[in-house]
Write a protein that binds this ligand. Structure first.
Ligand code: THU
Length: 134
């Protein structure tokens, strides 16, 4: 799966974003280590704080399908510069994959590539690290 293919999927799913409050639609595609892809969009709510980012919805879709090991996240937004995943999403991504490549692109095609380790260098780790429940 190429970056171009992943970005095309994120761009396509972005059109299904539910963002009536911010008007900022986000599409994400998450590539598993095994080569499967799960997509997500932001889903907003009248109670604004309940809005969920595209990245976390992609993680949820993957986890529901039994997939927890991720290689790459791509995100597409309509902004002048590419936007990085928010802090909450960084923590949620870290839960499952530390070596994650992150590719963000604007609708106009401006692209930026980084890693989760760079975005999230000092994560919170559970006081029960290594004791995750079933
Ligand atoms: N949003 C995402 O979906 N991903 C991000 O990385 C940052 C923000 C969404 C949340 C909200 O629906 C809208 O963008 C504006 O913040």
């Amino acid at each position: 799966m190429t970056d171009k293919e992943l970005l095309d999927l994120a761009r396509e799913v972005r059109t299904s974003a539910y963002a009536p409050y911010s008007g900022f639609s986000v599409g994400a595609a998450l590539l598993t280590r095994g080569g499967r892809v799960f997509t997500g969009v932001n889903v907003e709510n009248a109670s604004l704080g309940l809005s969920v980012c595209a990245e976390r919805n992609a993680v949820g879709a993957a986890v529901a399908a039994g997939q927890r090991e991720f290689a790459k996240l791509v995100v597409v937004t309509d902004s002048p510069e590419p936007t990085m995943p928010c802090g909450v999403c960084r923590q949620v991504l870290w839960e499952f994959s530390h070596d994650l490549e992150v590719v963000v692109e604007t609708l106009g095609g401006t692209r930026s590539t980084t890693t989760l380790r760079e975005l999230f260098p000092l994560p919170f780790t559970s006081y029960r690290e290594g004791e995750h429940g079933a």
